[in-house]
Design a protein around this ligand. Structure first.
Ligand SMILES: [Zn+2]
Length: 210
């Protein structure tokens, strides 16, 4: 699906397709790279919110959240259904915005690095985390997203930037000694072994408590 996405990105640039081409200086570096990077980050924030609040999406995404030990391996702990969804959303974002191949490669590289760092077991010193956290999703902030109880699970949806969480009231900070990974509905640690039972994963009412 990534090949399709890259092909579409090349096509949008060639055809001047997408919202970006409604803006002045659409082919200038400021709009083409900086603004598009920020726009794609915002759309990824919306995607993550949808994965939590649309019940059928959450059934896939909870596989990622049910990890009881968050470390870099959690980055790739994903139900195949979510992988498909993520790529479908990305295709929609490329067509909507008119992201070019260069910006898509740049964005995906930055996102991969940010995701790996966010899931590392390393915590930044509190003061440094607070300064960086004004703009970026630090491991400290993403760990709060993996805390087992609400409302933390429905906070810090950001991918690279934390500004969307601050703007839309979904920002939270949680000290390390108060952070417990997992989901209070799935603490048995066996969910990762089951591929096709996502349709029966109930107990979704917790999503609406935040
Ligand atoms: Zn999540």
């Amino acid at each position: 699906m990534m090949t399709v996405c890259l092909w579409l990105a090349a096509w949008t640039a060639k055809s001047s397709w997408g919202l970006v081409y409604l803006l002045p200086h659409a082919r200038g570096p400021l709009v083409k790279y900086l603004l598009m990077f920020i726009a794609l980050d915002f759309l990824d924030y919306l995607y993550h919110v949808a994965m939590h609040f649309v019940p059928i999406f959450w059934r896939f995404h909870l596989v990622h959240h049910s990890d009881l030990v968050v470390d870099v391996s959690t980055t790739v702990r994903e139900h195949p259904g979510e992988t498909v969804l993520r790529n479908v959303f990305l295709i929609c974002w490329v067509l909507l915005c008119g992201a070019s191949t260069e910006i898509l490669i740049m964005r995906q590289t930055a996102e991969t690095v940010a995701n790996l760092l966010a899931h590392t077991s390393l915590r930044l010193p509190a003061r440094l985390a607070r300064v960086l956290g004004w703009l970026f999703i630090t491991p400290n902030l993403h760990h709060a997203h993996h805390h087992f109880q609400m409302p933390s699970t429905n906070r810090n949806f950001g991918d690279v930037f934390s500004i969307w969480d601050r703007l839309f009231g979904t920002f939270i900070e949680l000290p390390r000694d108060e952070t417990i990974f997992g989901l209070d509905t799935h603490m048995e640690g066996t969910i990762d072994a089951r591929l096709l039972d996502f349709v029966s994963r109930g107990r979704l009412s917790r999503l609406w408590l935040a």
